[in-house]
Design a protein around this ligand. Structure first.
Ligand code: HEC
Length: 855
């Protein structure tokens, strides 16, 4: 939980009395007997090494330790193997977090001058930083995150000290409204800065990605991912996590899934990978924030499940045995351990399994061991960043219980320590130190096929940044005929990064022997497809590609082509793969505004004759999109289709109708109604459906009748029942919309349909349409799960957003109560003001039970 707050300490703790993390009504008793809790004095690095319980076949070596390094939170190796370290020395220097806003953070460069494997020289590159959060090496300089700024820092005279600093972003805190600055949400602050295979830089806890082309920074929106740390596999798929949720990944590049606004909450990003959240510490863990809650700790005092999962890393080195390739390591600093997950392929996606039975890859008996980041080293080893800090939780969250635990063992003392370790395999010596800063471009091209991912990534970065025309031929050669598939993959993306791709290379690469190279070539070919019919021909030759990843990418890429033959190919893929949710959603993602025609085409064809659950889901998803479009003519055509003679019979009919009904799932009584779709006349098809004798069709027709309206409809509420907004209310609405998009929309999504694992929907929920008094409270102080939203239980946390003023909150709430067809009453600033005053003393988030008592 700490990294959620590692983040920006705005408030300074009160010190005595109740703690900011306390929740009313909870008794906080220690459940671990005192005699079972060992003392926790700071250990020397040598002693600390002895505290590690590590799986056989490995050893841990100390690479750097205090006083050479202090409070490290992130590291990066430069092309010559020097270690760049971000030190967050302001983090909880004492139990109340006093002084955390002092300019004590810095970026240092560590070097091993005598080649003994241990760093011995420290140079301060940049100091005076307030709670810095992330760093990344780029274009001969460094990106440094110091919320709310993201700086690009350079040393222009070669003394290894920053002498030039420019801002790349000034909202690198959260998806902040510039008017609110970093304060918009101090619980979620951007970090990560991972340079991906696709040449973009991605962050955790942030909704934009960056790319530097020819010295200029480009910025694009992307989805929100995880909380602390972000990683990629060999194919550029992103991994992230948060607190109790140890591993998620994107199976599909996210920009595809936001293409179609009618298609809500598509699958393929933010996918949960694990079933089991258990952790197996090597010591008792009474020092976790909610350690007093039954179930948080096992009867033996060890932490039962993840509570501070962070910093996932896909192992891509070449020092560990083969079976470690592509494994994901996850830090749990609150229980002093590092988990190893093994991934199992499942079609286009995968699942993560704990590699050991009731054991961990590495677990320490030292309570101060705080692994907060992991890296792949140039030597192929796994690097651990150990903040070595007694206090992990930020004071904004510390409970009275934890405060006592900290004081009992003096964990608030000895700030300013820190270690960096490497885990080395006993079966292979670590690889050599790199000297890539002076490498010739041809040498870098060779490194693109290196077995160690660090070398491949670094070479790709240097080649893209150098953009040397003399190596283009060698890169093209590698892309089409390199011996290693990974080398061919990196060559393609290097050519993409330097905009040197041509038709001949792409045509060949689309038919590469390796499916992941084929998929990359398809994706990279998109900008050329408009003018190059030959390339489209080449793509269409792969409609029957047997590899799931190539099928998936083909479905995504075909959605970019507006040609009948591409649509036909999509239909073919759909018929074969409709049972796969990721392929289904990939197809629908590319069909904005064409869903109805595609649906008609599918139903006209013969392929869908037999009933099949996957195909019916696809039909439902397409019908949902058409209805979401609210175009009367197209809604009529959809209803005609549903009432027509379908080859797949009533099963298909029911699927189409369910798709429509899905646009407005059941609501509790008393909620304001969703705005119906207006048709010019009573749809004849509906009357036909309402008379159907087939099982369940009449009921469905009845539900749909509630979602549409036509002049003279019997029993329809007159239009005038929905009061139009006054001019002033309309103003709140407009301002609310803007604020919504930059704050709430980051989690609940601009379309209000929520996002899996991040936030529930707002469209048509009782929380939004019911008494506004509840929603005002949610925004002021946050919401703590479990909560029921549209019949589903969410166990998440919504942060407090009381930093918005009364007018702003009224605007946002008026907006959400009137957007998406909602017709609920607007919310007045006076109401917000009144509730803010009434709840002034409140600090903790609301629970469902409390809010339900509010009428
Ligand atoms: C950081 C992500 C995040 C942001 C930003 C956010 N929410 Fe939420 N919201 C959540 C989560 C998570 C839940 C569910 C909480 C739980 O499980 O206890 C939620 C629940 C809700 C609910 C009740 C359930 C529902 O879906 O109807 C409402 C209403 C709501 N949020 C409104 C808002 C509004 C309005 C804003 C902007 C002022 C906002 N939220 C900003 C994450 C967020």
């Amino acid at each position: 939980m700490w990294f959620r707050v590692l983040l920006l300490g705005i408030l300074v703790g009160s010190g005595a009395g109740a703690q900011e993390g306390d929740r009313t009504g909870e008794e906080q008793r220690s459940l671990v007997p005192r005699e079972l809790i060992p003392p926790a004095p700071p250990l020397s690095p040598e002693e600390a090494l002895k505290s590690f319980r590590l799986q056989p076949g490995f050893r841990v070596e100390c690479v750097a330790a205090d006083p050479l390094v202090q409070n490290p939170i992130q590291i990066a190796f430069d092309p010559d193997g020097r270690l760049w370290v971000l030190e967050m020395r302001g983090y909880m220097p004492n139990i109340d977090g006093r002084g955390e806003l002092e300019k004590s953070g810095d970026v240092v460069v560590l070097e091993d001058t005598d080649g003994d494997g241990r760093m011995d020289k420290r140079t301060v590159f940049l100091d005076g930083l307030v709670m810095p959060r992330a760093l990344a090496l780029v274009r001969g300089g460094v990106l440094v995150a110091e919320p709310p700024n993201l700086w690009f820092c350079r040393d222009t005279n070669g003394d290894l000290k920053c002498d030039e600093k420019s801002a790349v972003a000034s909202d690198y805190a959260i998806e902040a409204d510039p008017k609110l600055g970093a304060r918009a949400n101090h619980e979620h602050t951007a970090n990560g800065l991972l340079r991906n295979l696709d040449n973009w830089i991605y962050s955790a806890n942030y909704t934009a990605r960056f790319r530097n082309t020819d010295g200029f920074w480009q910025r694009e929106p992307t989805i929100y991912r995880g909380q602390w740390g972000i990683s990629q596999d060999d194919f550029g798929r992103l991994f992230y996590n948060s607190n109790e949720d140890p591993l998620r990944a994107d199976f599909v590049p996210s920009h595809y899934l936001v293409r179609n606004p009618h298609h809500r909450n598509p699958a393929g990003v933010n996918v949960k990978l694990y079933d089991d959240r258990a952790v197996w510490p090597s010591r008792v863990n009474p020092g976790v924030n909610r350690g007093y809650r039954p179930g948080q700790l096992r009867p033996d005092g060890t932490l039962a499940t993840f509570t501070a999962a962070c910093a996932p890393l896909v192992y891509r080195g070449d020092d560990f045995p083969r079976e470690f390739e592509g494994n994901v390591f996850v830090c749990e600093p609150s229980a002093n351990l590092i988990k190893r997950y093994v991934l199992e392929d499942q079609g286009v996606g995968f699942k993560a399994k704990n590699a050991y039975d009731r054991a961990e890859f590495l677990a320490s008996t030292d309570e101060r061991f705080r692994p907060v980041n992991l890296n792949n080293g140039p030597d192929g080893c796994l690097y651990l960043v150990d903040m070595y800090h007694g206090i992990l939780e930020h004071h904004l969250y510390v409970t009275s219980y934890l405060r006592q635990q900290i004081l009992d063992r003096g964990l608030d003392k000895h700030s300013g320590l820190g270690r960096i370790y490497r885990v080395v395999s006993e079966s292979k010596a670590p690889g050599p130190r790199p000297h890539l800063s002076r490498a010739r471009p041809e040498e870098l091209v060779e490194c693109l096929s290196h077995p160690n991912g660090w070398w491949r990534d670094t070479a790709q970065r240097l080649l893209v940044e150098g953009n040397d025309p003399s190596v283009v031929a060698a890169l093209k050669q590698l892309a089409v005929s390199g011996a290693s598939p990974l080398g061919r993959l990196h060559a393609l993306w290097t050519l993409e990064g330097t905009r040197q791709l041509d038709l001949a290379v792409l045509k060949k690469a689309i038919s590469d022997a390796h499916p992941k190279v084929r998929a990359a070539a398809m994706r990279i070919s998109e900008p050329l497809l408009k003018n190059q019919a030959e390339l489209v021909d080449e793509l269409l030759r792969h409609v029957d590609d047997p590899a799931p990843e190539a099928q998936l990418q083909l479905a995504l890429t075909l959605g970019e082509i507006r040609e009948p033959r591409a649509e036909q190919a999509l239909a073919q893929i759909a018929l074969r793969n409709a049972g796969d949710i990721y392929l289904r959603d990939a197809i629908v993602s590319g069909l904005e505004g064409r869903e109805l025609e595609f649906l008609e085409g599918l139903l006209r064809g013969s392929g869908l004759a037999g009933t099949n659950a996957g195909a019916e889901k696809l039909l439902g998803a397409l019908a949902e999109c058409v209805f979401t479009e609210v175009n009367p003519d197209r809604v009529n055509r959809l209803l005609d289709l549903a009432a027509s003679g379908l080859a797949g019979g009533d099963g298909q009919r029911a699927a189409l109708l369910d798709g429509i009904i899905n646009t407005a799932p059941p609501r509790a009584k008393g909620s304001a109604k969703i705005k119906p779709v207006h048709l010019k006349a009573e749809p004849g098809a509906l009357a036909v459906l309402a008379r159907s004798e087939a099982k369940g069709i009449q009921e469905r027709a009845k539900k749909i009748a509630d979602l549409i309206i036509w002049p003279g409809k019997l029993g329809a509420e007159p239009e005038a029942n929905v009061r139009p907004l006054s001019a002033e209310e309309q103003k709140w609405f407009e301002q609310g919309k803007e604020l919504f998009l930059v704050s709430c929309g980051a989690c609940h999504q601009p379309h209000g349909m929520g996002q899996e694992g991040l936030a529930p929907p707002l469209v048509d929920t009782d929380w939004v349409l019911g008494p506004p008094q509840r929603m005002v409270r949610i925004v002021l102080h946050g919401l703590h799960g479990p909560v029921n939203v549209k019949g589903r239980t969410y166990q998440l946390d919504m942060p407090a957003l009381g930093v918005f003023d009364d007018d702003q909150i009224a605007g946002i709430l008026t907006y959400v109560r009137r957007e998406w067809g909602h017709t609920a009453t607007p919310v007045e600033p006076e109401l917000v003001k009144k509730i803010r005053a009434e709840t002034e003393k409140r600090e903790e988030a609301w629970t469902e039970a409390e809010l339900m008592k509010i009428p």
